[in-house]
Design a protein around this ligand. Sequence first.
Ligand SMILES: O=C(O)CCC(=O)C(=O)O
Length: 272
Amino acid sequence: MTSHTSTIASPTDSMLTTLVEDYARQGHCGPLRVLEPGDAAALWSRIQQFEGDGRNHHLDTPELRELVQDPAITDVVRAILGTDIVLWRSQVICSGGRRTHPTGLTWHQDTYDQLLSIPENGDHCSLQLSFTETQARNAVFVIPGSHLWSDEDFAQRGCIQTRHTKNEVAWSIPRSVESVPVLLGSGEFYVFHPKLLHASALGRLYTPARARAQAANSLPWRVGRKWERMKTRILPLPERNTIAMRFCTSDVEVLPAAYVESPTRNRPFPIP
Ligand SMILES: O=C(O)CCC(=O)C(=O)O
C-alpha cells in the first residue's frame, strides 16, 4: 500500500450527535472503523519498518499523514473539539506477544498538563486505532464516567494517586470500581477524554493494596503468589498493536517538552 484511500463512509450528522453525547457522558466513544482489516494490515507492515521511537511518523510518512486526515477520524474529533484541530502527537504502541513488559500501563489520565498550555476555551483528546483484533485479555480498560469525578469521588472510592508525570496522572484503583474493556477490530478506533481513567489489561490490576505494598517495598506473600499463578495462566498476552493520536484545538500551545523524545519530528500538524 503506498497510500490509504478510505472506502469507509464518514459518520452521518446523527451518528456524530450520538458520539458526542457518549463522549460527554462516558468519557469515550466508539468503536468506529476507519480502515478495512486488509488496509490496516498493510499499514502495520509499513509502520514496522520505523526505527527507534514510534512518535510523530505522520510528519514523515505519507500513508500515516493521509490516515490522520481521514474524515472518518477528523469528523468525529471535530464534532468533539470544534473545527480547528491540530494533531500534536502520534505514537505507535505495541503490547503483549513476546514483549518483555506485557503488563502495560496502570490506571492513568492523559492530562499532558506539562506539555500543553491550554487556554480557557482550549481542549484536547486522544484516539487509539488498533491494527489487531482486541480481546478482553489484552484490551485497554476504561472506567466510564471517571472523566467527571471530583477529588472527593476519587477519595470515596479509595483511589490513590501514584504518579504525576509530564504525560499522565496515574492512579491505583480498587477492583470494586467497575471497568470495561474497549474491544476494537483491526482498523477500528475509539476517542477518549483527557481525564478518562484507562489502563492496559494487566495494568488495571494495580490496586491500592499493590501500590501500598510496593511503596513499603514488600509485596505481601499472598499477593505475590496470586500474581505468579495468574502470570503463568495468562502470559504471554496476545499481541496488540495500535497507534494513538493526540489532538488539540488550534489555540493550545504545544510546549517544547512535548518533542524531547522525537527531536526530528517535532511540530504540531494542523488538520486542513
Ligand atoms: O495501549 C495501551 O495499553 C495504553 C494506551 C494508553 O494509555 C494511551 O493511549 O493513552
